[in-house]
Design a protein around this ligand. Structure first.
Ligand code: URA
Length: 424
C-alpha cells in the first residue's frame, strides 16, 4: 500500500477501504506521510466526498489514533457540546460556566481557529495566564471540584485530528461534511461524555452554507453518535451574520462576560439558553422549560458569572487582564436604512488577516485585535452612524472592503430566525 495510490484512488472518485484510510491516517500521524501528500488527499476528499461507511471508518481510525478519556470518576451524566464553527462564536465561553453553575458537570475539550472561524482555545488563551492543557487527572479533579473544565485537545486524545485540523486550517480543506463529522465525533467519543449536543452552524459565515448540507452533516453525526451508544442532538443555528457583536479573541471573552451578566447581545443569549436547556435537561433529568428557568435565575443572581471567574482562576487565568488593542478605526455607514445582511464570512477573513486567526500553521495570534459591530441585521442606522470598530495594530484597514460586508436597504428588514431546527 502507498499514499500515492490512495490519493489517486480518491481523485478518481473511488471508495477507500478501512485499511487504506487507516494506512493514510496512521502514517500521517507518525510522520511517514508528509503534509503535502495529506493536503492532496484532503483536497480530493473535499472535492469527491466520502461514503457514510468511509466516514464511519475514518472516525474509528481517528479515535484509535490515541487514548480515550475515562470520565467514570466524575459523578453524574456528562453532556458535551461542540460547534461546527462560526464567526464570533463564543458560545462555549458562556455556556460551560452557565450550565455548570446549575449543577451540570462540564468536561470539555475545545479546538483552535479553523479557516475563517475562531476557536475557543485561542479565545481562552487571550486571558493572561490561562492554562489550556491539564493532565487527565487534573482535568477530572477540576470537574469534580468546581463542575467545569475546558482544555485543548491533548496530544494523546485523537492526535490524528490535532494534526489534520491544523493542516486543514491552512490548506482550504475545511468545508467537507465527512471531514467535519469525523473530526468532531472522534473527539467527542474519545473524550468520554455520555451525551453530545452539537451546534451546527448554517450560513455564509459557517462551514455549512445551506440548510440541506447542515442537515446532512447533522444526520451523519447523529448516526456516528448512535453507533457508539451516545445520545446526540443537533441544533441548527443561523450563521448568516456573526454571532453577537464581537469577532476576535479577547473582544469575544469580554462579550461573553457581559452575556453571563445578562447584558450580552440577544442572539448569543438565546443560543446559549437553547443549547444550555437541552444539556441541563439531559444531565439533571428535568424538562427543558425547568432547565431554562434555572439558567435564567443563575444569570440573574450572578452565580453564572461567579462560576466563570472560578473556572478561569482554577486554570490559572487572570480575568482582570484581558488586553484589547488600543488602536481602532471606526467605519461609518454611507446612507440611512435597515441592515439587510452582514457578510460573516468576509468579516471572519478580515479578522483573520489582521491577526485574530492564522494564515500559516506557525502563525502567532494577536489576541487583542478584532471587530466590534455596532448594529446587526434588521437594525436601522443613519448616514454616518458607526457600522463597526476595527481594532488593529496597523492603520491600513481596507475601509471599502469592510463597508461592502453590509447591505443597507430602505425597506424594513425582520430579525433573522436564530434557531433553524433541532434534530435528534
Ligand atoms: N470543529 C471541529 O472540531 N472540526 C471540524 O472539522 C470543524 C469544526
Amino acid at each position: 500500500m502507498n499514499i500515492i495510490d490512495i490519493i489517486v484512488k480518491k481523485k478518481n472518485k473511488k471508495v477507500l477501504t478501512y485499511e487504506e484510510i487507516k494506512f493514510a491516517v496512521d502514517n500521517y500521524v507518525n510522520g511517514n506521510i508528509k503534509d503535502y501528500q495529506m493536503s492532496s488527499l484532503l483536497m480530493a476528499i473535499v472535492l469527491n466526498g466520502m461514503t457514510e461507511q468511509e466516514t464511519i471508518d475514518l472516525t474509528k481510525v481517528m479515535i484509535d489514533s490515541g487514548d480515550k478519556i475515562d470520565l467514570s470518576k466524575i459523578n453524574g451524566t456528562i453532556v458535551d457540546k461542540h460547534s461546527t464553527g462560526g464567526v464570533g462564536d463564543k458560545t462555549t465561553l458562556v455556556l460551560a460556566p452557565l450550565v455548570s453553575s446549575v449543577g451540570v458537570k462540564v468536561a470539555k475539550m475545545s479546538g483552535r481557529g479553523l479557516g475563517h472561524t475562531g476557536g475557543t482555545i485561542d479565545k481562552l488563551e487571550s486571558i493572561e495566564g490561562f492554562k489550556v492543557t491539564l493532565t487527565n487527572e487534573e482535568f477530572i479533579n477540576q470537574v469534580n471540584d468546581i463542575g467545569c473544565a475546558v482544555i485543548s485537545q491533548t496530544a494523546n486524545i485523537v492526535p490524528a485530528d490535532k494534526k489534520l485540523y491544523a493542516l486543514r486550517d491552512v490548506t482550504g480543506t475545511t468545508e467537507s461534511i465527512p471531514l467535519i463529522a469525523s473530526s468532531i465525533m472522534s473527539k467527542k467519543i474519545a473524550s468520554g461524555a455520555d451525551a453530545i449536543v452539537l451546534d451546527v452552524k448554517v450560513g455564509n459565515g459557517a462551514l455549512m452554507k445551506d440548510i440541506d448540507s447542515a442537515t446532512k452533516l447533522a444526520n451523519l453525526m447523529i448516526k456516528i453518535g448512535k453507533s457508539y451508544n451516545k445520545k446526540t442532538i443537533c441544533v441548527l443555528s443561523n450563521m448568516e451574520e456573526p454571532l453577537g457583536k464581537s469577532i476576535g479573541n479577547s473582544l469575544e471573552v469580554l462579550e461573553s462576560i457581559e452575556t453571563l451578566k445578562g447584558k450580552g447581545p440577544s442572539d448569543l443569549h438565546k443560543l446559549v439558553l437553547t443549547l444550555g436547556s437541552i444539556m441541563t435537561s439531559i444531565a439533571l433529568n428535568i424538562t427543558e422549560e425547568e432547565a431554562k428557568l434555572k439558567l435564567l435565575e443563575s444569570i440573574k443572581t450572578g452565580k453564572a458569572l461567579e462560576k466563570f471567574n472560578e473556572f478561569v482562576r482554577m486554570q490559572n487565568g487572570n480575568v482582570n487582564n484581558i488586553q484589547v488593542e488600543e488602536n481602532y478605526v471606526s467605519i461609518k455607514s454611507s446612507k440611512d436604512g435597515f441592515i439587510k445582511s452582514i457578510d460573516a464570512y468576509k468579516l471572519g477573513e478580515i479578522a483573520r488577516k489582521i491577526g485574530a486567526g492564522r494564515l500559516n500553521k506557525e502563525d502567532e495570534i494577536n489576541y487583542g485585535v478584532g471587530i466590534v459591530l455596532n448594529k446587526k441585521v434588521g437594525d436601522y442606522l443613519f448616514e454616518n452612524e458607526e457600522l463597526l470598530k476595527i481594532y488593529s495594530k496597523h492603520a491600513d484597514v481596507n475601509i471599502k472592503e469592510i463597508s461592502e460586508c453590509f447591505e443597507i436597504v430602505e425597506e424594513k428588514i425582520d430579525k433573522p430566525n436564530l434557531i433553524i431546527d433541532i434534530i435528534e
